[in-house]
Design a protein. Sequence first.
Lengths: 315, 162
Amino acid sequence: MNYATAKWLVGMVFAAIAVLIGYSLPHGDPHPQSVPAKDTLAKTDENFRPPDEAEIPDNQFGEMVRLGEQIFRDTGAHAGQFVGNDLKCTNCHIDGGRLPNSAPLWAAYVAFPTYRSKNKHVNTFAERMQGCFRFSMNGKAPPYGDKILVALESYAYFLAKDAPVGGEMKGRGYPELPKAAGLDYAHGKQVYEKNCAVCHGQNGQGQKDQAGKVVFPPLWGARSYNWGAGMSSIKNASAFIKANMPFSQGNTLSDQDAWDVATYVDSQERPQDPRFEGSIADTRKKHHESPLDMYGMTVDGKVLGENSPPSGTVK
Amino acid sequence: MAGLPADYIVRQLANFENGDRSNGLMHEIAKALDENERKAVADYYSHMKAPRVETYTGTSAQQIAQGRGLAKQGDWNQGVPPCSQCHGLEGEGVGGTFPRLAAQSAGYLEKQLLDWKKGDRTGDPLNLMTGVASKLDDTEIAAVAAYYASLSGDKPPVEATP
C-alpha cells in the first residue's frame, strides 16, 4: 500500500465516522417541508436565484458585500487605482453579476480554485479577479488581500449563497455557440452598424455623459479591454453577444450574426497585451495562437497589435 | 420638449408623419412642416432649459420606490433592463437617441409606454422600447412614469461624445 492509498483510506474512515455521528445526532428541524432538498437545483431546469439585496446583513460583512457591489457596478469610481479604461465589471456581467448566461458571479464563485490553461496553474477566485483587472479593465492587479479584492469576493460569496461548491451551475459563463462555417468581417461590420452603433458609437467609442461618466462602454480603442482579455477572443465575444446583445434583446441575433459581429469588434485595435513577449509574432505564438483570435493578424492592411495603445494605463 | 435633443425631435416629427407615432393632430402638423422648418423648431426647443419641477405630489412614496427600482436596477427576471442604462443615471437623456425622462410629466411617460406596448408607437431604434414596454405591466408603467416625473429636470441633457 503506497502513501496516497493510505491517506485515502484514513480519509474514508474519518468520513464514515462523521456520517455515523451525524446520524446519531437529533434531527430537530421543526419545518422539514420548507427546506428544499439539497439536490433540487441539479434536478430542475430552473436558474439559480441569488439572494435579494435586502438579505445583505447589517454588519461588517454586509458592509464589505455592499462595497463589493459598488465596485462591481461602478468600478472606476470605487477601484480607480486599478482601472485603466472606461469599463465596469457589470458591463460583461450584467445585472451586477446576477444574470444567468452573462458570466454570473454566483456561478464563478463556486467554480474556483481551478486549473486555467491561460496561465497554466491552479487559480484561486482572487487570482481570477486579478486577471480581470489586468486584462479586461486594462489596469493593474490589486495585491492579494487588498480591500478591493476582499470586497468583490465577499459580494460574490453573498450572491452564491447555497450554490453547490464545485457543482454544475446552469447559466454559468456565456453559452458557447456552435462552430461557425466561417467568419465574415464585412458582414460583421453591417451587423454592427445596424445593431450596435446606436449605443456603442460608429467607431466603438461608447458614449459618455457630460460629467465624463460612461453610459455605453467602448468596445475597442484605448479605453476598452486589452488584447489579453477573454473578450478579445472571438469565441467569448460571440457567446456574450449572442446571449446578451443588443442590450435587453439577448438571443435575437442569429448565431452567424453573433460570430461575424464579434469578428468585427475583435478585429479592431485595442490596448497592448500586458504579456507582450517582445514582438507581435512571439506574443501571438505564445498567447493568441487560434483562428478565433485576431491579434497579430493583418486587417485592412494593418497588423493588429502594432498600433496598440499601451496596456495598464492607470491614472 | 424643452431641452430634448434636436435630432430626437426631428426624428419624432418624421415618425408622426409616417405613422410610427399615431396622433392625428401631430400627423397633420408634421406633414405641413418642411425639412428646414422641422430643424428650426427642433433647434429652438433643444436650446430651451428643461423645466424644473418643484414638487410632484401625484403619487405615493411606495409607487415612486417601485419606479425607482425599475429605473435603476430593472427587473432582469422579466428581462427588463434598468431605464438608466440608456437614458442616463438620473434620466438626463444620452446623445440624440435616448431622450430625457427626468421631469417629464407622468401622464406623458405613461402614455408613451402604453403606446409602445400596444404598438401605437413604433420607430424606436431596434424596437428597444417596444421590447421593454411589452414586459412591463400597467402598475409598473405607472410607477416608473411617476418616478421620473418626481425628478427635477434641471440637469443638463447629456451630449454624446464624438
